[in-house]
Design a protein. Structure first.
Length: 247
């Protein structure tokens, strides 16, 4: 039986933050389902590794610093028409509120919030999104559905992107859909840099499913939002958190 409502055959999809983690897993799963991928990241080595993991042909990689306005303009100018855009790049730095400083705050906002906002703006203005295209932002439960000490900067950056997502969904309808995935803690380098192994093992016990997510857990949800299976879904935040927000 060949019926597959999650097929991405014939779709061209841009994935940012594709050098590892959720971005890499999303790229791999999209390629398996027939999409043509355009990958971008600032990490050249990781980007090429992801490119080598993709099934099918015609995939390309673009090294780009999305916090640089000229790089953004150059990237968008070279892009073909897109059927999907997955915004995935992100950074964090746990810090109590009283120790927040301008450099850290601006860096986190620049990467987590402003870069995807400006890239989305350019894709819309330059008419790079086909009719029926889907935008997916990888956001978080942190700062939106949960709070934790030291998470103010990251949570603020993701909360702003959450609000932006809903406005894009409203303004671009009915031509383009826009949604987000909101993961709990996922086993990526981002998690490893933020917590010690002991703290991570303790924190896992606060998840009803008793484990952190894997990048593929989130990637498959992104596939759903990119596919025609979600054709009547827009402005939605899909929580993928192993039950964390049940408490």
């Amino acid at each position: 039986m060949s019926y597959n409502p999650f097929s991405l055959v014939g779709k061209t999809i841009l994935v940012t933050g594709a050098a590892g983690g959720i971005g890499r897993a999303t790229s791999v799963e999209c390629a398996k389902l027939g999409a043509t991928l355009i990958l971008t990241d600032i990490n050249v080595e990781g980007l090429n590794e992801t490119l080598g993991m993709l099934e099918g042909e015609g995939h390309t990689a673009e090294v780009a610093n999305l916090t640089n306005q000229e790089c953004l303009d150059d990237l968008v100018a070279r892009l073909p028409k897109l059927d999907g855009f997955v915004s995935n790049a992100g950074v964090t730095k746990p810090m109590p509120v009283k120790f927040i400083n301008k450099d850290d705050m601006e860096r986190i906002l620049s990467i987590n919030t402003l870069a995807p906002v400006y890239l989305t703006q350019r894709l819309c203005r330059k008419k790079k999104l086909n009719e029926g295209a889907s935008i997916v932002f990888t956001i978080s439960v942190g700062g939106i559905y949960t709070t934790a000490p030291g998470n103010a900067m990251y949570g603020a950056s993701k909360g702003a992107l959450q609000v932006f997502m809903k406005n894009v969904a409203l303004e671009m309808a009915p031509k383009v859909r826009c949604n987000s995935v909101n993961p709990g803690m996922v086993n990526t380098k981002l998690a490893g840099r933020s917590y010690s192994e002991e703290d991570m093992l303790k924190d896992m016990q606060t998840y009803p499913l008793k484990r952190y997510g894997e990048p593929q857990d989130v990637a498959l949800a992104i596939v759903y939002l990119l596919s025609d299976a979600s054709a009547w879904v827009t402005g939605h935040s899909l929580i993928i958190d192993g039950g964390k927000t049940l408490y």
